[in-house]
Design a protein around this ligand. Sequence first.
Ligand code: SF4
Length: 690
Amino acid sequence: MTNDPVKTVRTTCAYCGVGCGVIATPDGNGGVTVKGDPHHPANLGRLCSKGSQLGQTVSTDGRLLAPRIGDQDTDWDTALSLVAERFKSTIEQHGPDSVALYVSGQLLTEDYYVANKLIKGYMGTANIDTNSRLCMASTVAGHKRAFGTDTVPGNYTDLEQADLIVLVGSNLAWCHPVLYQRISAAKDANQNMRIINVDPRRTATSDLADLHMSIAPGSDVALFNRLLVEIVDRGLVDADYVAQHVNGFDDAVAAAHADVTETLDICDADLMAFLDMWCSTEKVVTVFSQGVNQSTSGADKVNSIINCHLATGRIGRTGMGPFSVTGQPNAMGGREVGGLANMLACHLDIENAEHRNAVRTFWDSPTMPTQAGKKAVDMFDAVADGTIKAIWIMCTNPVVSLPEADKVRQALLDCDFVVVSEMFATTDTAKCADVLLPATGWGEKDGTVTNSDRTVSRQRPFLPKPGMARNDWDIMADVGRRMGWKDAFDYATPEDVFREYAALSGIATKFERDFDISDWTDDYNAMFPRRWGTERFFENGGFYHADKKAKMLPLKSRAPKSAITTDRPFRLNTGRVRDHWHTMTRTARSPRLSQHLAEPFVEIHPDTASRLGIKPAHLVKLTSDHGTAIVRALVTDRVRRREVFVPIHWTGETAPTGRVDALVTGYVDPVSGQPESKASTVAVAPFDPE
Ligand code: SF4
């Protein structure tokens, strides 16, 4: 540990996709004070509870300080030689698709870039996916279907300049708090601004809303199809915009008409208020998040929202447009470097031969898969059935966070070779590793991240790397060199990686992608937050399908795939709480954050609790076809009678509970591969320890 005075640095928060700028001042003894960066365009000086307590999470207590093979500490040379040898021999014996990387929206863009190059360009498989598959894959798919690329049309200022914000499946107050604060301040300043919250569950976000619509889980497509019909009936279609810039209008409207018979399970007055507000307000932003994405019809939900904006031309203009908020700090950066099993860097597609060949030529790579790899849930199924024999997991904890989590744990325990790069040896996933590699964390890492409105910011180090910890890009590049690709992975700094990535973005412009950051390399270290592309896309068309038009899709609503039965009569909703993040490996270290909610709980309606004999604060047993959890009852009418809500954060060891994702069924959206994390079915009963 150094006692040298260390300069204040401008960096970016480790948590959500708002991507707030942080000014960090280390004390020279391993601690740090943080405050919001007043010059960062995402937060303008604000921080939420999680961001403001980052200083309580940086202690090196309990950190993994050296590589481990089994339970023995070792040196890097021994550990990485083993990783390289085992991945190489597995590929030689079983083919490239027998190996996989599972990465994270908390990796930096430079880490993500090297991971993609290593596995797609050199190992020869597209078996790389990310925990962002659980976060925003349905939005990516929806954007690509509508726009031709995964492009976010607007930016945060549109939310402040709108007269109507519709928050769909988003508890922004707890999951993107600084964006919520910005909206709240804008609403105070604009007496005409109205907010609608569409969510089966009443949340802290609903408090700001003029209208909370408690729709049935999974009925978002029916709602927006109903809106599309209303837009047509009221003569609000922007015929010129549609004629010039949109395909598929007639089919989408016909499908919407056919779908309006679907029940929305909401009162007529609320529905009419929603339709009236949306139709009578030109400046509408529809914000959507995990309640839309985490569904077996997630991509359709996204497109049902986009359909309404395309039909009215309310896109790409100030204060208008569909707007997805990403869950993780660099989910967007991962999308930009092709960090999903079906993508290549710079918004290029792996299944497009021209795109593939351009990237392969640029990388001078010996091989390139021609098809998408396995997406997250399928990837771990392939580990379970032995198709994937070697997997390297970085910066994420799938044994807690993936659906059917007990199955995931068993799959890893049975897998031939599991590598885990982590800050801590104590995560549920790290305990399954054959080789454990100490990785740097927030405050030690150096690179870039992209937030939900396409603003790229630097994460800068201000603490020494503890023990033998190394950056993820550096560890992967070392393995690449050990596997024989010395020149391709000859990076000395994250700036080297970023320069290569920026140059590749210049190549992508020949495919008429507007993602060009090739001139961003002048002063990497001093880089100020900046948005790629223009402020807004698509006001005057210019979509990325071949004919430059957008597509409206014909959509039919579908119920969640898990069936309600007499044995499993309740729908299980899952989500975040205000003060914890993912599986709590960082936030549980903060005493202040742990004060908010000390243990997991199940929100259950008073009528249901009474009927089942469940008293407030008593233990409740939840059972699905995949596992059980025991949590404390929080009796509240925030949830509907046939639904319960359990937070995602707690692990098997931190409460009287199993992991809630052990209950969640691994059904996925057929288009996006995103799991339906909010609509599994469970039995609920008082817990009797006897
Ligand atoms: Fe960090 Fe998100 Fe909070 Fe901003 S809103 S401080 S990015 S957790």
